[in-house]
Design a protein around this ligand. Structure first.
Ligand SMILES: NC(=O)c1ccc[n+]([C@@H]2O[C@H](COP(=O)([O-])OP(=O)(O)OC[C@H]3O[C@@H](n4cnc5c(N)ncnc54)[C@H](O)[C@@H]3O)[C@@H](O)[C@H]2O)c1
Length: 204
């Protein structure tokens, strides 16, 4: 695989498991040095040693609650550095359910709509600083949690999949692949976008 992020540092939040871990794996394969952040200290240790062993990645990690401003400022405060070097890529995780109004997702969609709005606001703010800001918005993803729901409540899992024309959830790697592209230098003119990775669940 092309080591297109060889000279980059990537901060990945929520990296102890699920989609965050899959993103960290993909960016490690792309050659990035990693800074991982998560609430789950044990999970973070496991993820760090896995990424180092499997991909030879250089990994630093910070355990803490990123909803606390002081923790976020200590661990993931990269924008001033990005501005100073006139280069940066910010990729948020939103949700395709904001667009199709999935069942039982009203509160979740309200929060994710905020992420989408933050994306357009920040993209405009930093557009002249060489910093792009985008959101990847997945439909249901085949995380360990989704696998568990498919076993414990197949009807519910089928309901969420029923809105996806391709008839299956996204694989975590398919979400990570879009993050990898947006994190690369070649995505230089893509900013302020909410890009769905959704098997056609919403179109346009
Ligand atoms: N799983 C899906 O089907 C799906 C679909 C659309 C969007 N998403 C979005 O993708 C992202 C990842 O989803 P996932 O299913 O992999 O999640 P997950 O619950 O499996 O993992 C989330 C990780 O974030 C960490 N975390 C949670 N709150 C934190 C905090 N305050 N500070 C630091 N770390 C914290 C958790 O410890 C965990 O390791 C989320 O933003 C989710 O909303 C997921």
């Amino acid at each position: 695989m092309d080591k297109k992020l060889q000279n980059n540092v990537a901060i990945v939040t929520g990296a102890a498991k699920g989609i965050g871990l899959a993103i960290a794996e993909r960016l490690a394969r792309d050659g990035a040095r990693l800074v991982l952040a998560d609430l789950d200290e044990g999970g973070l240790k496991e993820a760090s040693s896995h990424l180092n062993k499997e991909f030879g990645a250089e990994v630093a990690s910070h355990a803490g609650d990123l909803s606390h401003q002081s923790t976020a400022e200590k661990t993931i405060n990269a924008v001033p550095k990005m501005r100073a070097q006139a280069y940066g890529r910010i990729i948020n995780l939103g949700a395709d359910s904001v667009r199709n109004g999935l069942w039982d997702h009203a509160a979740y969609n309200a929060a994710k709509g905020g992420v989408h709005g933050l994306t357009t606001g920040m993209a405009r703010e930093f557009a002249r600083d060489g910093i792009t800001v985008n959101t990847v918005a997945p439909c249901a993803v085949n995380t360990p949690q989704m696998v568990a729901i498919t076993k414990s409540n197949p009807a519910l899992a089928a309901k969420f999949v029923s809105v996806i024309p391709m008839g299956r959830p996204a694989e975590m790697e398919e979400v990570a692949s879009m993050v990898s592209y947006l994190a690369s230098a070649e995505a230089s003119f893509v900013t302020g976008q909410v890009i769905s990775v959704n098997g056609g669940s919403t179109m346009l």
